[in-house]
Design a protein around this ligand. Sequence first.
Ligand code: VGL
Ligand code: ZN
Length: 223
Amino acid sequence: MAFKPALVVVDVQEDFCPPNGSLAVQEGRDIVPALNALLSLPFVIKIATKDFHPQDHISFASNHAPPNNKPFESMFTIANPHNPGETQETRLWPDHCVQGTKGAELLPELDVSQVHHIVEKGQDRRVEMYSAFADPFTSPNVTHSNLAQLLHEKGVTDVYIAGLAADYCVRFTALDARKEGFNTWVVGDATKAVDPASLPDVRKEYEKVGITIVGKDEAVQRL
Ligand code: VGL
Ligand code: ZN
């Protein structure tokens, strides 16, 4: 099968970056030159995703009662609205990427002129949605983006994923890309993590399912 690569640039938004982001990932802004280098390449389709929450989103610590509402620390059990027996433990966050706010905007230095399509995710207040494909519930999912359909329609064989954050939205987007049957590549030096200490476990998870971490230069050469 011919090599038909797609690029997915995940959540390169003000709230995930210093200096002012509410959920700033350390050095989050520093990956933009690498991302712009990737964006200049002839991928079949280049996609950017945006975390795009309503103010009452379930992942915001501010929407929960004390004492279990500490951003970054508290966990919350979310039930699948379609199947209340199915639950997910999720981490609570500071308010971030609220629709219509500065924090939800893509970084102005990101070369969005190269982006063909933007996927917004996390709009359903009832569920967390790290993956750009769907929320984590499986019986059934509560919300889907049209991303899998779009990539399949374009005949994509390989999905290259970069952006923020390596241990959350990049990770779950990569896992779902693999589940959709794509050869899946995470461009490691074009990501940054909320918890860098978690990255060895993320790497093991990728190995198990056949996701490969590549360097940006390797990705550039391949294209
Ligand atoms: C993300 C935490 C909460 C991400 C989104 O983009 O990795 N992390 N929402
Ligand atoms: Zn979020």
